[in-house]
Design a protein around this ligand. Structure first.
Ligand code: PMP
Length: 359
């Protein structure tokens, strides 16, 4: 009974965030692999799991709202003041806090496209206008064009490095030149969800830019290299006024006690986790070389995924893989993003990609 509830116009036509589908075993395939969400294939470290289990006993209580222990550990790890660390429910949660803190109707947010699919969603929800700047050849950010796109209305810029879903990084000299052209009251977010997988010495290290520029904010996550995607912990490192604003726009108690504890314990075991990252980087080179040898043209990747620009054949390739027990991430009409995972999944990807080229 009754008419429809009025929903804000800004939400018209906005997609909701689409997760990668769970892997269902394919007929004939022993095991299905989900390589569609850039997850870490390794199970939690035993020490992290034990700490989490112990902390779970306090779930009748709210967690520490400001994640004091985690913030202190991060401040120590990155050598920044604790006041410059703000946490959120995954880095996508922090992204939402950032947009809420800086942009609303009438404002503009500049970012490269194709890039992380949450950008248009979080900007769209705010009512601000998204200004998408096409990637340059090599699927890289076109920072000169992004600088051109900045107007009096620009309040926020996202720089995704390595870029999801193409894997390309922004070089230090490129970001330095870009920042010289950005007004100092415009916030530049360096989204480094995949930073731990980067081996290119010329690639941006966001924290170095944060130290020199008051309008630079670094966005990081425990979801990828640290393997805590299911617990939703992300954080930003930013200067006083930005970090303060991120604490104001956070969902109260948004990072659970279990998640806080897992993140702290993961930082304490970082060396072990980074060994796993190193193994994945090795697998990345193996997959990349094998696919290039098959004739695929792939942008250079510094992340835990590779981009297959399949154009009109994107959905066909995704379907072909799924039938063989491999769930990849298709972006219709553009390409498939495939995550570097355990060797067996990578082997299957190499085999299927080869069959596809041969067929
Ligand atoms: N930034 C980028 C570039 C990403 O690819 C992702 C995850 N797909 C995120 C942020 C968000 O990850 P999370 O919310 O799990 O931290």
């Amino acid at each position: 009974e009754g008419g429809p509830v009025r929903i804000r116009k800004a939400l018209d036509g906005l997609p909701s965030y689409r997760p990668g589908r769970p892997a269902a075993p394919a007929p004939g395939a022993e095991q299905a692999f989900k390589i569609s969400s850039n997850e870490n294939p390794y199970p939690p470290l035993p020490g992290v799991l034990e700490a989490v289990t112990a902390t779970a006993g306090t779930m009748n209580r709210y967690p520490d709202m400001f994640a004091t222990g985690l913030v202190a550990a991060l401040a120590d790890r990155f050598d920044v003041p604790p006041a410059h660390v703000a946490t959120g429910t995954g880095s996508v949660g922090v992204l939402q806090q950032i947009v809420q803190a800086t942009a609303a109707e009438g404002d503009e947010v500049v970012y490269a496209w194709r890039s992380f699919e949450a950008y248009p969603i979080v900007v769209g929800i705010s009512g601000a206008t998204a200004v998408q700047v096409p990637l340059a050849p090599g699927a890289r950010h076109d920072l000169p064009a992004m600088a051109e796109a900045i107007t009096d209305r620009t309040r926020l810029v996202f720089v995704c490095t390595p870029n999801n879903p193409t894997g390309a990084v922004v070089r230090r000299d490129e970001l330095a030149a870009f920042l010289r052209r950005v007004p100092e009251d415009v916030l530049v977010v360096v989204d480094e969800a995949y930073r731990e997988f980067v081996r290119d010495p010329e690639a941006v290290e966001g924290i170095d830019f944060y130290r020199r520029h008051r309008n630079v904010c670094v966005l990081r996550t425990f979801s990828k290299a640290y393997g805590l995607a299911g617990l939703r912990v992300g954080f930003a490192i930013a200067h006083d006024e930005v970090a303060d604003a991120l604490r104001k726009t956070a969902v109260p108690f948004g990072v659970s006690g279990v998640a806080q504890r897992a993140a702290v314990e993961s930082l304490a075991r970082e060396a072990e986790l980074l060994e796993r990252v190193e193994a994945l980087v090795g697998e990345r080179a193996r997959v990349y070389d094998a696919l290039v040898a098959q004739g695929w043209e792939i942008p250079h990747t510094e992340a835990n995924f590779v981009w297959l620009a399949l154009g009109e054949r994107t959905l066909d390739f995704a379907g072909f893989c799924e039938t063989a027990g491999l769930v990849v991430r298709p972006f219709a009409g553009e390409g498939c993003r495939v995550t570097i995972a355990e060797p067996e999944a990578n082997d299957r990807l190499i085999r299927l990609a080869g069959e596809w080229r041969a067929g």
